[in-house]
Design a protein around this ligand. Structure first.
Ligand code: COD
Ligand code: ATP
Length: 229
């Protein structure tokens, strides 16, 4: 199984590229979706967060007030580290379950869309790593436009992450999304060609079909050995 890592900064275009992968039949595990699910009311993640941040971060219906929690953690490094520490095991477990489901289905190439791929050290499980880079001014403008946020708030979210230049230096493949959507689509076609090339032997053995073939070959070898001894 080939597990492609997809990352970048906030509002650099990960979801836009994820949608292109999905449109080409490549399944995507979205860490933001997993992170949302593990904060649902009553779940283990929700309990940990309420215990640490207090009931003030809840809405009247018991759900986490995401805007409020976001204001707290994106302006305070220690609180953000605390939230990350509390949620990391739930997010890793949730993502592992999604990958397992796709493995059972027999998918041979999947994409993990993880904003904090390097920060959370998930990059060691993914190859190749695709980083979506965008120039800082464009990133800020797109974030403010999309979220309707003020400059200060948008900047604090951008600064909560590893710099995009550093992420770019760790990439196997870089997509520059500073320009138009058409330019993005063109670069995507090249990325698609690269990530859909035939699996290596290791990737094949890590896929469901490869594992079954290895198991079958082992059983046959044992049977032949027993018969001949
Ligand atoms: C703080 C929360 C409640 C704010 O929710 P909100 O709906 O406003 O934002 P959303 O979840 O859609 O995230 C938007 C973007 O913010 C960035 N972001 C999210 N969490 C973090 C974080 N802990 N550190 C840095 N950037 C982050 C990501 O680029 C993400 O794509 C939420 O982001 C959260 O629960 N974060 C902690 C979980 C986490 O680490 N998620 C990232 C998955 S790797
Ligand atoms: N090439 C582009 N030209 C113009 N707008 C773009 C381009 N690429 C993405 N956008 C827009 O920029 C915004 C951010 O893109 P997107 O939501 O895909 O980023 P993201 O990296 O997934 O963000 P997040 O980290 O918050 O999940 C969206 O409104 C999207 O429509």
């Amino acid at each position: 199984m080939r597990i492609v890592g997809l990352t970048g900064g906030i509002a650099s275009g990960k979801s836009t590229v994820s949608n292109l992968f999905k449109a080409h039949g490549i399944p995507v595990v979205d860490a933001d979706v997993v992170a949302r699910n593990i904060l649902m009311e009553g779940t283990g993640g929700w309990k940990k967060v309420v215990a640490a941040f207090g009931e003030d971060i809840l809405l009247d219906n018991g759900e986490v007030d995401r805007a409020k929690l976001g204001q707290i953690v994106f302006s305070d490094l220690e609180k953000r580290q605390l939230l990350n520490r509390l949620l990391a095991p739930f997010i890793s477990h949730g993502m592992l379950m999604e990958v397992l489901k796709l493995w059972i289905k027999g998918c041979s190439i999947i994409v993990l869309d993880v904003p904090l791929l390097f920060e959370a050290k998930i990059d060691k499980w993914t190859k190749p790593i695709v980083v979506i880079w965008v120039d800082p001014e464009t990133q800020l403008q797109r974030l403010m436009t999309r979220d309707g946020s003020m400059e200060e708030e948008a900047k604090s979210r951008i600064n909560a992450q590893m710099s995009l230049d550093l992420k770019r230096s760790k990439a196997d493949i870089v997509i520059d999304n500073t320009s138009s959507l058409e330019a993005l689509h063109e670069q995507f076609q090249e990325v698609l060609t690269q990530i859909t090339k035939p699996l290596t032997w290791t990737e094949f053995l890590l896929s469901r079909n490869g594992a079954f073939l290895a198991l079958f070959s082992t059983l046959v070898s044992v049977a032949i050995f027993k018969k001949s001894s």
